[in-house]
Design a protein around this ligand. Sequence first.
Ligand code: EUG
Length: 598
Amino acid sequence: MSSSSRIPTLTTTHSGVPARLKNEADAAKERLYSLKTLPDSVPRKSNVKLPPNTSQETLDAAITALTKFLGKDGVEINNKPLVDGWYMEHPNTHDAYHVIDQEEMVCSAITYPSSTSEVQAIVKWANEYTIPIWPISMGRNIGYGGAAPRVPGSVVVDLGRNMNKVLKIDGGNATCMVEPGVSYFKLYEEIQKTGLPLWIDTPDLGGGSVLGNAIDRGVGYTPYGDHFANRCGMEVVLPDGSLLRTGMGALPGKNGEDNPTWESFQHAYGPSIDGIFSQSNFGIVTKMGFWLMPASGHQSYMITFPREDDFPQIVEIIRPLALKRVLGNIPQLRHAIQELAVTGQPRTTWYNGPDRFPREVVREGVKKLPVGDVSWVFYGTQYGDEASIFSQLEIIKSAFLSIPGSKFYLPSELPSDHYIHSRVSVCSGVPVLKELDWLNWKPNAAHLFFSPIVPTSSSHAKIIHTLIDRLHEKWGFDTFPTICVAGREMHYIANIVYNRANEDEKRRARGLMREMISEAAKEGFGEYRTHLLFADQVAKTYGWNGGALRRFNETIKDALDPKGILAPGRNGIWPKSYRGKRWELVGEEAKKSVKARL
Ligand code: EUG
């Protein structure tokens, strides 16, 4: 056996794989590594990346001071070769899925707090030395920048390594409270241990941080799929090192206890402020409460549609079903090409050309799979007792099957290795790894998401899909749309899969992103989330009334973080000391000028 047998498990590492998925993880890594031509690491081209305006001496003195406080194991200099690793063995030094040079967006050091008071001390230390810090929960935000800091040389605060406890599970009230290092895998295991009939809500992959994903406003697929909407209560270290509790946590409980409704009511008295700690750099969230879903009967299904042009009609059928909550969760609509990709076989299995994967080859490919000659695949799940699921399915079938040639399948009608079984797990709160399989599409594969919000309407859906497909063609990428339907809007996720060993592919991936962001904005579409590199450009598209939103964010930023130490540039929010100094990355040219500055 190769290196894969070293994949850490949950019993040894907070970020490890659960025992039930160990073999699957080994096999997935094995398949991915069989296509890897990049070495595990290469020697560093330069020394430790210094924070801006910081000399080596100042950094050394600062690190010595921090080490005195946190101990030798609490601080680590980032001077070793960079290792991209694999999903379950991901780095906290840089972006494993680098879209620019691997060494460009790196931290100078990593620090590992063990408590909220240590986080407070780190923040005070950063203020003292004016060194930017970049907090990560676990750093598995893959496709959006991973663990990489926006400002090279920042000190990464890896919250998860030593702060990874499930602090509370309340079976009666169906709530929990977690620290940043609790993954979906871990929360799931902990709940199983209690024997309580509770579900978590997991994204497609289960290795990420529950807290981190929620404050990045990530998405899962049960009726509790809007992660930030199902939060309840936060504890936040502010940029001056002081501590805040939001919601009912602001009201002290009896005898110094936590407030008993902290995880039950989202608000306090006065303005609702939780939202400003999501997708921002206004505070470090060290604890967060969540609502859990009572376990339920569930039935997943798949509906296939034969023609490319069925897309707008599918969307029109979805909207009323979603609004009436007949579709009670976040279903996915995928293009047929993904039926090929999720088999885990490389692109070359079907097609060897360097150009775009031809439509006829998709058709030839899917014809041989259980789905047959189709263009779109809808993965849904219904919840409740048997009778209610039955009646819901009758409504759903009669709506979708009005499209000529569409077909309805249950998981029991499909082979045991079909992707639907992974959807069954995800849609019933069981975190899995299956979604990694489409990474085998290319060697040394990495992915990048373009994630616009689109009204659930045929005309808008057609515009965005045509735009995305046209630009993928222009820049030479296969179009991999996964459309996650929230209700009145859809998160259209275009998965750009690129070979991170190929500089030209990386350049084209960046070009494609930049052009999609600007073209989509002209049509009124904006991203719900984006990779670090594109944060400035996306933030700029939200420019109504001369950038009123940006000004508001900057006002808050300057008030809370006058020295600009906390995650400068996150989500396009720059502290005063960085503004107007060409830190914003809005194009390839800007990148060059920033690089020259560093
Ligand atoms: C996916 C979904 C997302 C996202 C990134 C990826 C799914 C990929 C709905 O949000 O942000 C299969």
